[in-house]
Structure formats: C-alpha cells, structure tokens
Design a protein around this ligand. Structure first.
Ligand code: ATR
Length: 282
C-alpha cells in the first residue's frame, strides 16, 4: 500500500487553524496525495514533538505562534530569508534527513498586497505598527520593493530600533515611537501588533493615512479586526486583514514541499465566503 506523505501545523492555540483546510484544498486542486493535520504543541514540548514528527516520517511542518523562533533554532539549515527573519514557519525534511527552515510569511504578504490587490509598493511610504516576530518576517520583502520610506513604530522603541538596525543594509528603514507619528502620513499602514485581535489599537493620529492609501492587518478574524475598522473609517482604498497572506504563505510552503504551485484565488474566495456565512450566523 502506498504511504501518504504527512504534513502538519504545530502551534498553541491551534484548534481554529485554517491551515489543514487550506492545504487539503491545495492537495485536491493539484491532485497531490498527502495528509495535513493540526497539532496543539506548546513551546515546552516543541523540540520533542518536532523530533518525533520527523522520526515518524513526517515530510514538512508549519510552525505558528508561539513556535516560530524555536523552529528557527531547531532547523539544521536556514534559507537566507529565514536567517534574516530570525523566525521559521516552514520546516522541511531534506533527502539527507536534515531539516531546512524557511519563512514564507513575507512573500505571502507581498503576493497578497501586490498580486491579489494590485497595491504598488515602489516609491510609497510604508509604516509598520509593532516590532515583534511578525514584523521581522516582512521587512526584507517590503524593502526589496523599494518603498521611499519604511518606518517601524513600536511602544518599546528599542525593539523597533533593533529590527531597523538588522535590515538597514537592505534599504531605508527607520524606527520611531507612536508619539513621533504626529504630522506624518503613509500610503500603506501594516498592523503587525498582536493588539488587533483583542480589539486594541496603538494610538494612531487621525491624519496618518494619505489620501488613496491602504491598510493591512496581518491578523485575521471572521469579523473585521479593530485595525481593519480603523482603515475603513479613515477612507482607506483597501482595508484588508491577513486571510490572503495566510493562504499565500501556505501556497509557498506547499510549493516547497510538493513542487507544484496551487492557485490561491479560489481558496481565498472560498474561505472568505465561509467566514461571511459564519459572521452573519453569529
Ligand atoms: P508577534 O510574534 O506576533 O509579532 P510579539 O513578538 O509578541 O508577537 O510582538 C507583539 C507586538 O505587538 C509588539 O511589538 C508589541 O509592542 P511592545 O514591543 O511595545 O510590547 C505590540 N503590541 C501588543 N499589544 C499592543 C498594544 N495594545 N498597543 C501597541 N502595541 C502592542
């Protein structure tokens, strides 16, 4: 009997993860025979669970909150983008048994912004809110698009400065605190704080978004997040949450594992339809 290739996502909490659904849809679409499961794994159990998964023949693993930094430490080798991000969301068992760590979050965001929504990044002013692991994963691909400015704002300015210093060789990136945003304007504001899902927002000046600008929340939910609502009430042309990025980062991981690129648009469309039904039923 042919053995099915096994993949999984580890994280905590994990029960609401959409990754098994996304990868199952990709596998159906591309005719790949594979299984993809979600497993609740705490930071304490990460090393043992990951070693067990690969020892049992697991082919690839996605790691989400709070495991991305641990996955970065676990990997035997890192891609350049994962090395810089200091975070790994995709682990792959290589032919020689070693584990390669990659980070597909940044390219996932980029594809959603530029391909799915046609948002131009070259020459625009970009603001990132927050300076945690999520920010680290997106700075390089954004800088590669040559924005005219990339500013990272954070409550703890030291964390923003540390990220800016790590990427400064790749382009114009600077750090600031929220008070310094007064009288400044940006064409694209990306929320990478963990505040949005609990309904919280950093203090943002009313005039922060340029006319014709867009907002993007890396978080996603069945209803509009606090930051998506902020964008809508401040006349953003696009005020998007991170569902598209989630599907795009998954597509990149799927492509690494299966050497086939799935079509993301039908999967994003389906997940959007499902959450619209869910949110109206609540
Ligand atoms: P992640 O890996 O998802 O980025 P993280 O590393 O815990 O998570 O980072 C969370 C980010 O959200 C941090 O930048 C944090 O700001 P501080 O570094 O100043 O703590 C930011 N954050 C969380 N709650 C926030 C809030 N209510 N207002 C503003 N920023 C917030």
């Amino acid at each position: 009997m042919m053995k099915i290739d096994n993949y999984a996502v580890f994280g905590q909490p994990i029960s609401h993860s959409k990754s098994p659904r996304i990868h199952t849809l990709f596998a159906e679409q591309t005719g790949q025979l594979m299984d993809y499961a979600a497993q609740e794994v705490s930071a304490e159990n990460f090393t043992a669970a990951t070693t067990h998964f690969f020892a049992e023949g697991g082919k690839g693993l996605n790691c989400t909150v709070p495991l991305k930094e641990l996955a970065w430490q676990y990997a035997d080798h890192l891609t350049e983008r994962a090395r810089l991000a200091k975070a790994v969301n995709t682990l792959t068992r290589q032919a020689d048994g070693s584990i390669l760590g990659d980070n597909t979050d940044g390219i996932g965001l980029l594809n959603d912004l530029t391909v799915n929504h046609g948002i131009e990044l070259k020459g625009v002013k970009i603001l990132i809110l927050g300076a945690g692991g999520a920010t680290r994963g997106i700075v390089r691909p954004l800088l590669e698009q040559q924005p005219s400015a990339l500013i990272i704002a954070n409550r703890n300015i030291g964390k923003a400065q540390a990220i800016a210093a790590d990427f400064t060789a790749l382009g114009a990136v600077q750090a600031c605190d929220y008070a310094s945003l007064v009288d400044r304007q940006f064409d694209l504001i990306i929320n990478a704080t963990s505040a949005s899902l609990s309904g919280d927002l950093p203090p943002l000046p009313e005039e922060l978004l340029s006319a014709g600008g867009s907002c993007y929340d890396l978080a996603y939910a069945n209803q509009a997040t606090a930051f998506v609502k902020w964008g809508l009430t401040h006349d953003a042309v696009h005020s998007l949450d991170g569902l598209g990025m989630l599907v795009e980062q998954a597509a990149e991981a799927f492509c690494i594992w299966r050497s086939v690129r799935p079509h993301t648009a039908p999967v994003i469309g389906l997940l959007n339809d499902e959450r619209n039904v869910n949110s109206t039923n609540r």
